[in-house]
Design a protein around this ligand. Structure first.
Ligand SMILES: Cc1cc2nc3c(=O)[nH]c(=O)nc-3n(C[C@H](O)[C@H](O)[C@H](O)COP(=O)(O)O)c2cc1C
Length: 207
C-alpha cells in the first residue's frame, strides 16, 4: 500500500512516520532557563547529525497548552544554549514517562519524577544520575521549520559513559548492550529493549 502525506492529516502522517521509522533512540534532555530553573523531557525524534563536528539533532514540536507555544526544552535552549542528553534504561522508563507530561514551565520534572542529578563538566544543566550515558551539549544551530516547531542541533562537548560499559577506554570501545537503552516504537507508548543483536560487516569495495 502507499500513503501520500500530501493528502493525509498531520495526525495520520505522524502515525505512519513513527510506525515505520522505528525503533528510535530517546534523548532525555535536561535544560535550564535564563533564571536557572531546571527542566527534563524525553524526545525520540533524535539522532546523530555529524561526527565531525560531533552533532546531535532533536526535533521539538509545539506545546499543547491551548495556545501555540514552544515546549520548555526548546525555549530553554533558545534562552540558555546548553543542555544534556541522557540515555534512558529499561528500569528508568517509568520516571522517563513522568517527565514527558506537558507541565507548566515553572515545574521541574526532575523533582516530579524523583530523579537525582550529577554535575556536568562543561555546561550548567546537570546530567541525570543513573543514566548509562550522557552528552553535554551546546546549541549549534536551530532550524525553525513550522510554528513553534524546531530542529535543534547540539554540539557535544563531553560524553559520559558508565564505567561498567567501557571495554577499552584507550580505544574508546563501549559495550553498547550494557547501556540497556530503550527505543521508542509506534502508537501509544510502545517501546523496545535491546534484547538481541548480530554482527554483519560491510564488505570491502572490490578494486
Ligand atoms: C518517549 C517519548 C518521546 C517523545 N518524543 C518527542 C519528540 O521527539 N518531540 C517532541 O516534541 N515531543 C516528544 N515527546 C513529548 C515531550 O516529551 C513532551 O511534550 C514534554 O512535555 C515536553 O516537555 P517540555 O515542555 O518540558 O520541553 C515525547 C514523549 C515521550 C514520552
Amino acid at each position: 500500500m502507499q500513503f501520500d502525506p500530501n493528502t493525509l492529516s498531520i495526525k495520520d502522517t505522524h502515525k505512519l512516520m513513527i510506525s515505520v521509522i522505528a525503533p528510535r533512540p530517546i534523548a532525555w534532555v535536561v535544560s535550564q532557563n535564563a533564571k536557572g530553573q531546571l527542566n527534563a523531557a524525553p524526545f525520540s525524534f533524535f539522532n546523530i547529525v555529524s561526527d565531525d563536528p560531533p552533532l546531535i539533532g532533536i526535533s521539538v514540536g509545539g506545546a499543547e497548552r491551548g495556545v501555540p507555544d514552544y515546549k520548555d526544552t526548546a525555549r530553554n535552549i533558545q534562552e540558555h544554549g546548553e543542555f544534556v542528553v541522557n540515555i534512558v534504561t529499561r528500569d528508568m522508563m517509568e520516571q522517563m514517562v513522568r517527565t514527558g507530561v506537558d507541565y507548566h514551565q515553572s515545574v521541574n520534572e526532575l523533582e516530579v519524577a524523583g530523579l537525582a542529578t550529577l554535575p556536568s563538566v562543561t555546561v550548567k544543566p546537570p546530567r541525570i544520575a543513573g543514566c548509562p550515558a550522557s552528552l553535554e551539549c551546546t546549541r549549534f544551530q536551530v532550524l525553525d521549520f513550522a510554528s513553534h516547531r524546531q530542529f535543534i542541533i547540539g554540539r557535544i562537548n563531553m560524553i559520559h559513559v558508565k564505567d561498567e560499559a567501557v571495554l577499552d577506554a584507550a580505544k574508546c570501545y563501549i559495550d553498547t548492550p550494557k547501556l540497556d537503552a530503550v527505543g521508542r516504537m509506534h502508537g501509544a507508548g510502545w517501546y523496545t529493549e535491546m534484547k538481541s543483536w548480530f554482527q554483519l560487516r560491510t564488505p570491502p569495495r572490490p578494486d
